[in-house]
Design a protein around this ligand. Structure first.
Ligand code: HEM
Length: 261
């Protein structure tokens, strides 16, 4: 995980936003500390660490936004500043919050999508020709359906509503089980089988509707590029220990994947 899966997403977002790549360790650390708020077993220490990370991250970005105002560049932060200055779209605080959201939402989900993807391929006899240019995209979609890094989001009913015979009262919380829906034996034949050749059908790894993942095209691209490169460069990659899933709540991802070549 440390050697590959954790490196790519943070570098990708740093480059996209135009943040210096040599701060990638800080960016990853801040994002992990803030996202830990969503994990099970949240403690006072985790909350304090998240607050400290958010202060440090905001301070860093504020200085960076000032720097980009003085010296515009070909990056997303400059683009967001220009939108802000052309109208009344983004205040500096909104700009900072948007950058933090992009990093926090885009980093660990992609880390675990790559980790789970490598694990699934290795536990199914290696990638064979599944990552060839013709089959790659279908394989990535099947990896995301089969072992997505995010299993559940929640929604709250704002008003009384009846859905399929069930009445939700205002304030009721609904657990939207995205990963379970992608294994629904109704629409999916042999849902527990990893089958990259299955007919294309939309899965729910990126959710649906208003909150559909804004980073889905980027996440897909990261997997489409990163997985073939890994197996091209290390064709003999194999597992030396069973994969170990981390004991966290929000992400379904690995804390280690021990491999050899
Ligand atoms: C494979 C990797 C990824 C997965 C599985 C994933 C999954 C998701 C899911 C399930 C949601 C919906 C949450 C909901 O319904 O409430 C979401 C939202 C979001 N994702 Fe991703 N994501 C990934 C990568 C990324 C990346 C790379 C970025 C940005 C660079 C990103 C940015 C966002 C943002 C900003 C939202 C909030 C959208 C909104 O609420 O309107 N994600 N993602």
């Amino acid at each position: 995980m440390r050697a590959y899966s954790q490196v790519i997403p943070v570098l990708t977002i740093a480059r996209l936003l135009g943040l210096p790549e040599d701060r990638k360790d800080d960016l990853a650390r801040w994002s992990q500390a803030m996202v830990a708020m969503y994990h099970a077993g949240r403690s006072r220490a985790i909350e304090v660490a998240a607050a400290e990370a958010s202060t440090a991250f905001s301070g860093f970005l504020r200085a960076y936004v000032d720097e980009r105002r003085a010296h515009p560049a070909d990056d997303l932060i400059t683009g967001l500043i220009e939108v802000e200055e052309a109208g009344d779209r983004l205040s500096t605080d909104e700009l900072i919050a948007t950058c933090i959201l992009l990093l926090n939402a885009g980093n660990l989900a992609a880390v675990h999508a790559i980790g789970n993807g490598v694990k699934t391929l290795l536990t199914h006899g290696g990638p064979r020709d599944w990552l060839s240019p013709q089959k790659r995209d279908g394989t990535i979609e099947e990896l995301l359906r089969f072992d997505p890094p995010l299993h559940m989001f929640t929604r709250r009913a704002y008003e009384r509503i009846e859905v399929m015979g069930h009445v939700f009262e205002p304030g009721d919380e609904v657990g939207v089980l995205l990963a379970a829906a992608s294994r629904d034996p109704g629409p999916w034949e042999d849902p527990d089988l990893f089958n990259p050749a299955r007919p294309h059908k939309p899965h729910l790894a990126f959710s649906l509707g208003l909150h559909f993942c804004v980073g889905a095209p980027l996440a897909r691209m990261e997997m489409q590029i990163a997985l073939p490169i890994l197996f091209d460069r290390v064709p003999g990659l194999r597992l030396v220990e069973p994969a170990h899933y981390a004991d966290t709540y929000h992400f379904h991802g690995l804390d280690a994947l021990m491999v050899t070549r």
